[in-house]
Design a protein around this ligand. Structure first.
Ligand code: GLN
Length: 486
């Protein structure tokens, strides 16, 4: 029986652990065995920590036996390798941090540790979260559990694949332009990017600080509500983190969406989208209408500038954030006769091609003479994009769109053409620019059996309504989940 414990959801495991029907040790061992079975094919993890996880599991069992343990006590998770974890190496999928062990935990890691959650290991990702396929990892790509020839999406591809393949009950990712929602869509799991500032970023390696957000991957919407509740909330160590009270997201899952107004943006159903993706999304909209929601057409007129705007702002911020990797403070050092040469050699050897491309782009956009034309202009367009959403939310409660224009593509297919790769995030990037919450929920499969994701976007800090709609859709049974055959 214990062999299949890895298939449990957080909600199921929580109840069975509380009733002492299963132990955290058995549950954790089951996940670790599953990881051992699948990792050679999937490569969802950069580091697996069996010893630490089993120690945590034993401690969780002791706590559960005493009674009154927190919700996540004994729940095994995978953590994107961008979160600092005390005592466990954090690489950000880069050679430049290949041997880096952080001296402290990220705030969300500390919270989860405190709550008794178990860390199975550090999940694979694109180097410094730059990418849409996890092919930019210095540790090799993650493969899609539904088809090993295809990508898992990115940049949090390892976290998404690990949940889809039942290597863990849930995981953490980060989303700067789509890095939770796109891999969730490609791997057929639920993924949430919360409102900017809803969750602390302290101890999360920075890519583009005005866009980065922390969020969960789970098997169900209920699990996402449970995990988000644990992650969200103020943090004195992150001055951008909001101290607003955190609602009980699980209690918001009433199943009732009668009268909910769903905005459908005209600009998101355009040429270039897979027909099967469009059909699945239209089908989901119909289902939501049958559940009592109303759809209204809305317009987000500045959508066409989102990708260009993002690639100026994100690269500008990245070029500043990544200046700290110089061979002096952390990780890799390539020795040389003088400091400048040491920096040069270390960065030349430590960073991969996409990261170098972004640092050069960002440095250029910020340089004198170009700053006004690029960076400042992009900031202004960002404001226009945010206003588009503000206007739209005057007439609707949530916005529904596809997550990505296609399902998971083949490994190698877009590596030679960065601009093609950048287009994978065409429907997710505006949400980060506007700072809004967005989630991805499975809404079908294409003819090849690859999962298709539905994006639900919420008003600022209204994760609860977004989750309620997703849960109502999930409960309706319109979408029947298929496990990957592995
Ligand atoms: N794919 C986008 C990029 O490469 C977004 C990545 C992310 O959200 N971290 O920048």
């Amino acid at each position: 029986m214990s062999a299949e414990l890895f298939r449990l959801t957080i909600a199921e495991a929580r109840d069975r652990l509380a009733r002492r029907e299963i132990s955290a040790v058995d549950l954790t061992r089951s996940c670790l065995d599953r990881i051992a079975d699948l990792e050679r094919r999937l490569n969802a993890f950069i580091t697996v920590c069996p010893r630490e996880a089993m120690d945590q599991a034993a401690a969780a069992d002791a706590r559960l036996a005493r009674g009154g343990a927190p919700t996540l006590c004994g729940i095994p998770l995978a953590i994107k390798d961008i979160y600092l974890t005390r005592g466990i190496r954090t690489t950000c999928a880069s050679k430049i941090l290949g041997n880096f062990v952080a001296p402290y935990d990220a705030t969300v890691i500390a919270k989860l540790r405190e709550a008794g959650a178990i860390f199975l290991g550090k999940a694979n990702m694109d180097e410094f979260a730059m990418g849409s396929s996890t092919e930019n990892s210095a540790f090799g790509p993650t493969r899609n559990p539904y088809d090993l020839r295809r990508v898992a999406g990115g940049s949090s591809g390892g976290s998404a694949a690990a949940v889809a393949a039942d290597e863990c009950l849930a995981s953490l990712g980060t989303d700067t332009g789509g890095s939770i929602r796109e891999p969730a869509s490609f791997c057929g799991v639920v993924g949430i990017k919360p409102t900017y500032s809803r969750v602390s970023r302290y101890g999360v390696i920075a890519f583009a600080s005005s866009l980065d957000q922390v969020g969960p991957f789970t098997k169900t919407v209920r699990d996402a509500a449970i995990l988000l509740h644990e992650l969200a909330g103020g943090d004195p160590l992150d001055s951008t983190c909001s101290a607003r009270p955190v609602p009980n997201y699980e209690a918001a899952l009433t199943g009732d969406i009668k009268g909910l107004r769903i905005g459908v943006p005209r600009e998101y159903f355009v040429e270039g989208m897979d027909r099967e993706v469009e059909e699945a999304v239209r089908g989901a909209l119909k289902q939501l209408a049958e559940l009592g929601a109303q759809t209204v057409e809305i317009s987000l007129p500045h959508t066409e500038y989102a990708i260009a705007t993002y690639y100026i702002l994100a690269t500008a911020e990245a070029s500043a954030n990544l200046a700290r990797y110089d061979g002096i403070r952390y990780g890799l050092r390539v020795e040389a006769d003088n400091n400048i040469e040491l920096y040069n050699r270390t960065r030349a050897k430590g960073f991969g091609p996409e990261v170098k491309r972004r640092i050069m782009l960002g440095t250029f956009a910020l340089s004198s003479g170009y700053y006004d034309a690029y960076y400042l202009k992009a900031q202004k367009v960002r404001t226009l994009i945010r206003r588009d959403f503000e206007r739209a939310f005057a007439n609707c409660d949530i916005i529904v769109t596809p997550v990505a224009p296609t399902t998971a593509f083949n490994l190698g297919e877009k590596m030679a053409d960065p601009l093609q790769m950048y287009l994978s995030d065409i429907f997710t990037i505006s949400v980060n620019l506007a700072g809004l919450p967005g989630l991805s929920i499975p809404c079908g499969y294409d003819r090849a059996g690859m999962p298709i994701g539905l994006q639900i976007i919420g008003a600022p800090f209204d994760e609860a309504t977004m989750l309620r709609a997703a849960d109502a859709y999930e409960r309706s049974g319109a979408m029947i989940r298929r496990s990957p055959t592995l």
